[in-house]
Design a protein around this ligand. Sequence first.
Ligand SMILES: [Zn+2]
Length: 252
Amino acid sequence: MDTFTVEAVVLKTDDFGDANRVVTLFTKEFGKLEANAYGCRRARSSLSGALQMFNHISAEVSRSPKVDTIREADIINFYDALTADLERLAYASLLFEIVNRMTFPRQQELETFDLLIKALPVLSKRNPRVAALIGACQFMETSGVQLNFDRCVHCGREIDGDAAISLLDGGAVCLECVDTAQDVRPYPEALRRTFDMMLGFDWQDDTRLNFNSRQLKAAENFFIDYVQSVLGSGLHSVQFIRDFIIEVSMNV
Ligand SMILES: [Zn+2]
């Protein structure tokens, strides 16, 4: 049987049967990869600790015509804080769901793998809402479906000051072209600056991020709408965030 080793992040897990799990890995070598892990939910299984969501692992996988199987897995890094804190869990899940749903199996994407590796410690230590949004914004950029934030998609003019933006047309629309665009919404300069900051964010730089909560909320709402319009359906983690986190933060 053909066996290979991968370095990966655990993107998603789904239980099946008594003790098994389908594990979706985002691997350095092959991009997204789904494999079965038999018996991994038994306490004595050597796989049980490693195959948890958000873990950075190395794994040995056997290929078969029907389904790949994880034989061994070792933890390289793990992030306790992500599962111990509901808000961190919710926002890390949001980034992971976006990556999972917007990537195709077995297409190597090193930039996406690097992004996940860099985003995990930041999600587990700093403001997870900001980190998830930056991660999603940078992921859309590397996956080639980003909106054009800086130039009018109709006339090509550089956007200066307040403008409009259209998800259907693929980005910013200057005020002179706004009548010919479809489904436009406001695109204030502050939102454009927020997107610029997010795209230019360096994960290793721990200087304070200058987002005010209104900017952040506007960017988040906008971005989630955009991702959902690309996917053509809702994100589960968004529902979770809206149902629980917002309620919790209002009660504090
Ligand atoms: Zn224009």
